[in-house]
Design a binder for this molecule. Structure first.
Ligand code: BES
Ligand code: MN
Ligand code: ZN
Length: 479
């Protein structure tokens, strides 16, 4: 997508205008033909700026698109970003090729250019690579955007969008197309493109490295597990060392504790944490940030078979802690456990893990807000500020809970891997904490539920949302 500053010499077939309810009552900033058309539409009550409204008005030449931003007091950069996405997406699906975007009347909101870059970069994306492109296929036609606000931040916005698309594109792939070794190949090619270091531990190396938890989860599948480690080092001396750890279950059948049919559907999405880590690494490299960033992806396929790990098994994780398996479907915390040990050994300033970890988190917070668990209040503040700015809602969840902590104990081993139905998201977070070395600021993002959407909303087309990538990139940019 080309995004440029509005000039006198270009022609456009579409015009997108974003309006708050108050703007509809005071159309003074809009003069000439546009002002007249708007006044007419408003007086006939065709458009009043209501949030989420989208009106398409064919003109003598081209087409006018109006997006409502709602009431001024509730309008924010995120509302604007979503409206830009929805408007531009509509244009591209309605055969518009070149769009003018009018947003200069919204200049009181910081970061307009960034939002334009992000929405412009994301609007064309759909997961449609498996659709036969027959005569009914309508390609997305929008290729150029001209805006009356187009600052330097546009390119950072585009980079954020590309990082998200990179994550979504892999997350959307089904289990028959992406297994742990495919994830490794994707990481290797990303490393080649951007000059990152990439280390991959195959099943032999995983045994040598005592990755007993990751190996147990992967043991039921003919597609063996992989631990992937990407490293980005800035040109100058890095200010901080940050490690990301992503859950990469390329398909979660539940294993021998097999999931019922309707719970198993969508479990191709159980690798989203790892896909997000790939997206973050791409973003970091593209933006040339001055932080040292490590991206770990702990990948396995959780399948039932004669070689699967079993309920009652006792396994040993990399740090020597023993785990009694009481549910093979609580596999995400196991693959993360070993990876968190490896990440801790690097002694980073901060570890952030991301995982579609618990149905309990999705039940608690819904499909539009992710759970944040952390042992560090300062880190919580930074992550929540980044998430607020980039429009990915998180909610801080409790990590301290002596009763739930008590239920982690096993009669025969150091830990059990699953508790009862109650407080399932906190149980899982407390389990992970056992594998993070003392003294490291650590945050765990439970993105179960928010990782996929069934229908388009916000800046998300149907399918994987890459939820978390924007927050993490923004967090890194602010360091
Ligand atoms: N991948 C699932 C969690 C999940 C559920 C993600 C729904 C997205 C949507 C995870 O591996 C899992 O199966 N968790 C179990 C844990 C239980 C067995 C303790 C769960 O949440 O039911
Ligand atoms: Mn599971
Ligand atoms: Zn899972």
């Amino acid at each position: 997508m080309q995004i440029k500053h509005w000039d006198k010499d270009h022609s456009a077939d579409s015009l997108l205008v974003l309006l708050r309810e108050e703007d509809c009552k005071n159309l003074a900033p809009f003069d000439g033909d546009l002002g007249a058309v708007l006044a007419d539409l408003v007086s006939r009550k065709d458009f009043n700026g209501k949030k989420g409204s989208l009106l398409r008005v064919p003109l003598v030449e081209g087409c006018l698109y109006l997006c409502g931003l709602g009431k001024k007091e509730k309008c924010s950069l995120s509302v604007i970003r979503d409206a830009l996405f929805q408007g531009l997406r509509k244009i591209g699906k309605s055969r518009g090729k070149i769009a003018d975007v009018k947003i200069s009347h919204l200049s009181e909101y910081d970061g307009l250019s960034f939002a334009l870059g992000e929405a412009g970069g994301l609007c064309a994306y759909s997961f449609d690579s498996y659709k036969t492109k027959g005569k009914d296929y309508e390609p997305f036609s929008l290729a150029e955007i001209y805006s009356d606000v187009c600052g330097d931040e546009v390119s950072a916005g585009i980079r954020f969008a590309e990082a998200q698309i990179f994550s979504r594109e892999i997350a959307n792939e089904p289990g028959c197309a992406v297994c742990p070794s495919t994830m490794a190949e994707k990481a290797e090619s990303l490393a080649k493109e951007y000059g990152l270091t990439c280390e991959i531990w195959d099943e032999k190396r995983l045994i040598a490295e005592k990755m007993g938890a990751l190996l147990a989860v992967g043991s039921g599948s003919k597609n063996p597990p992989r631990l992937i480690h990407l490293t980005y080092k800035p040109k100058n001396t890095p200010s901080k060392k940050i490690a990301f750890v992503g859950k990469g279950i390329t398909f979660d059948s539940g294993g021998l504790n097999i999931k019922p049919d309707n719970y198993m559907l969508t479990m191709k999405g159980d690798k989203t944490g790892a896909c997000n880590v790939l997206g973050i690494m791409k973003g970091v490299a593209e933006l040339g940030l001055s932080v040292e960033v490590h991206g770990f992806m702990s990948c396995a396929e959780n399948m039932p078979s004669g070689s699967s790990y079993r309920p009652d098994d006792i396994i040993t994780a990399r740090n020597g802690k023993t785990i009694e398996i009481n549910n093979t479907d609580a596999e995400g915390r196991l693959v993360l456990a070993d990876a968190l040990c490896v990440a801790s050994e690097l002694k980073p300033d901060v570890i952030i893990d991301m995982a579609t970890l618990t149905g309990a988190c999705a039940v608690a917070l819904g499909k539009y807000r992710a759970g944040l668990f952390t042992n560090d209040d300062g880190l919580a503040g930074k992550i929540l500020a980044a998430s607020e700015c980039r429009g990915e809602p998180f909610w801080r969840m409790p990590l301290e809970d002596e009763h739930i902590a008590e239920s982690l104990k096993s009669p025969f081993a150091d830990l059990v891997n699953a508790g009862n139905r109650y407080g399932g998201a906190t149980f899982a977070a407390l389990f992970l904490k056992e594998f993070v070395s003392d003294g490291i600021a650590w945050a765990h993002m439970d993105i179960a539920g928010v990782d996929f959407c069934e229908k388009e909303y916000g800046v998300y087309s149907k399918g994987a949302t890459s939820f978390g990538v924007r927050t993490c990139l923004e967090y890194l940019m602010r360091l």
